[in-house]
Design a protein around this ligand. Structure first.
Ligand code: THU
Length: 124
């Protein structure tokens, strides 16, 4: 599975987003080390802050299916990931991401996406 194919999967799943408030549909497709593709979409709520981003639904789904941080190769997203989702990508130790930003396709490592990451170990 190439990055372009994964981004195409993210584009396709974005059609399932539940985004009646923003009307901004986001799709995320994550490639696991064992070759599976796990997808997510944004799911909004009338109480706006309760909405969930596509990246988070994808990773929550992956965890339910038995995957853990370090089990992922790359995440493809139809939009530039928000700050909170960058932290989720870091938590899941996704080494790199590919995403659309307007007309451009951007590729970044997790360190480029979120430099100087917060880690729990820095608290102890
Ligand atoms: N959104 C995502 O799904 N992922 C991001 O990284 C950026 C924002 C969603 C949240 C909301 O449903 C809509 O896009 C508009 O902000």
């Amino acid at each position: 599975m190439t990055d372009d194919e994964l981004l195409t999967a993210a584009d396709a799943i974005a059609g399932r987003a539940y985004a009646p408030y923003s009307r901004f549909h986001v799709g995320c497709a994550v490639l696991t080390r064992d070759g599976r593709v796990i997808e997510g979409v944004n799911v909004e709520n009338a109480a706006y802050p309760l909405g969930v981003c596509a990246e988070r639904t994808a990773f929550a789904r992956a965890v339910v299916e038995g995957y853990a941080p370090g089990d992922f190769v790359v995440a493809a997203i139809t939009a530039s990931p928000c700050g909170g989702c960058r932290q989720w990508l870091a938590e899941m130790r996704v080494p790199r991401v590919v995403f659309r930003n307007g007309d451009r396709i951007v590729r970044m490592t997790i360190d480029e996406l979120l430099p100087e990451q917060f880690e729990k170990s820095s608290l102890v």
